[in-house]
Design a protein. Sequence first.
Length: 98
Amino acid sequence: MIEQPEPVGAVTETARPATSEPTGRTRRRVAIASFSGTLIEFYDFIIYGTAAALVFPHVFFPALGQAAGTVVSLATFGVAFVARPFGSILFGHFGDSL
């Protein structure tokens, strides 16, 4: 009797399941990467917030005066916080699909 070859993509006894539990090393790498990304992101927001309060009113909005220039500068800073969830939804979708 002639043996038939197994079809391509057939599941054999030695195949690993597609969803295996992450190891401790993988979890540690994910935690370090998440911490690093969050640290850089909030450092960026702290620098931008400081500049928005101290520098931007004088550089970008001198005609508005001190108080109005500060309010407009901090409003642009607030728009960034409002836009963050929408950006994470949009780019998270693309990141998860790749």
